[in-house]
Design a protein around this ligand. Structure first.
Ligand SMILES: Cc1ncc(COP(=O)(O)O)c(C=O)c1O
Length: 372
């Protein structure tokens, strides 16, 4: 049996009638960039988050650096984040011209460790970018309290965790801006690239709307900016899929519950969810003992199961780091480095069927039985 890592085409087939109608509606309209569908989707997104406004942009990476720029954060400023994340989190801060300051992640959730943040703060620190990694929120209540004490902005990198929440907080409730990605593999993904910034700060959103469109407040008028818009076709697709986001998350959570039950005693470390948090399993990441990961990965791939690693090289361990950019590491990165060496993401998407889940479990157990 073959088990793929992504369910994009299945999701398209499940929603085909609505998606085809939405896409052909845009094609027939003749309006492909900066039109009514994108505006409507921005409204739907803001309403979904319970925030005042949203700006669609070209990618999750652009969402972060445009938000930093709109908040006035750039050269000479420091931004605190983790090294155990997709590269783009730090890359976006570098694009904005800021210095990236890495602190370690928690060993269990793999999100930024709030207890490590304060020692990284200097007079140059302007923002914290917690990443809601794998589908679970970072501890926003603790992070927001630190930010408030030190007068820092908080940008949530929510590329992986739309529809998650904390024990007492919603995404967007305790930060300045939420930045998200709509690249196809995300829990809310379009057929291509896309991203958005969502916030209660309408000034910041208006600034991003100008920056994404060549600094243009109105036709023919420009200040410096870029081209980073969310096209109408992507907005139309996202508008259809946003209505299904809770169902998608619930399907992911049901698959995670099956993995949890079947793999509980197999010798791997399974994902940790903090009490009261809603984990939406963008990824279902297990940990092997040190030195065994590549063997399990090879076994699964040989059996037709497309497992992957997120992320097998921490950012500060990438070749050539820091590429002439400003970066600082505060304290040990031991938890992030260990996760990079031991993590494996099992197939996880809403359309994964029972046979595929059962076969994946069977193959993981077979390897564990012989190797742990
Ligand atoms: C945590 C995180 N941040 C940022 C990004 C960047 O998003 P994009 O690929 O849309 O630029 C991604 C995903 O790709 C991500 O997973």
């Amino acid at each position: 049996m073959k088990v793929g890592f992504y369910g994009h085409v299945r999701q398209y087939h499940n929603l085909k009638e609505d998606l085809d109608k939405a896409i052909s509606g845009v094609l027939e309209s003749g309006s492909y960039v900066g039109g009514p569908v994108g505006k409507r989707f921005e409204g739907e997104l803001a309403e979904y988050f319970g925030l005042k406004a949203a700006a669609g942009v070209n990618s999750g990476t652009d969402a972060i650096w445009l938000a930093l720029m709109a908040l006035g954060i750039g050269p000479g400023d420091e931004v605190i984040t983790t090294t155990n994340t997709f590269f783009a989190t730090a890359e976006a801060a570098w694009i904005a011209g800021a210095t990236v300051v890495f602190v370690d992640s928690r060993p269990d959730t793999h999100n930024i460790d709030p207890d490590k943040i304060e020692e990284a703060i200097t007079p140059k620190t302007k923002a914290i970018i917690p990443v809601h990694l794998y589908g679970q929120c970072a501890e926003m209540d603790k992070i927001a309290a630190i930010a408030k004490k030190h007068g820092l902005a908080v940008l949530e990198d929510n590329a992986q965790s739309i529809d998650a929440h904390g024990d007492t907080f919603k995404i967007g409730e305790l930060s300045d801006v939420v930045c998200t990605s709509f690249i196809i593999q995300k829990n809310l993904g379009t057929f291509g690239d896309g991203g958005a910034v969502i916030s209660d700060n309408t000034e910041v959103i208006d600034t991003i709307k100008r920056l994404r469109n060549h600094g243009s407040p109105a036709r023919s008028k420009h200040s410096f900016g870029f081209n980073s818009r969310l096209d109408e076709i992507h907005a139309a697709v996202l508008s259809v899929k946003l209505k299904h986001i809770t169902a998608f998350s619930d399907q992911r959570r049901a698959i995670a519950a099956k993995y949890d039950a079947a793999l509980a005693d197999c010798g791997l470390v399974l994902p940790t969810t903090l009490p009261g948090y809603r984990h939406v399993y963008h990824l279902y990441v297990v940990e092997t003992p040190v030195g065994k990961r590549n063997d399990l990965l090879k076994h699964l791939q040989a059996q037709g199961i497309d497992a992957k690693c997120h992320y097998d090289i921490a950012i500060h361990e990438q070749e050539g780091y820091p590429w002439g950019k400003e970066a600082r590491i505060v304290g040990s990165m031991a938890n992030s480095e260990k996760n990079a060496a031991t993590c494996i993401s099992l197939p996880m998407y809403p359309e994964l069927n029972d046979d595929e889940v059962a076969y994946t479990i069977e193959q993981v157990l077979a390897w564990c039985g012989q190797n742990l």
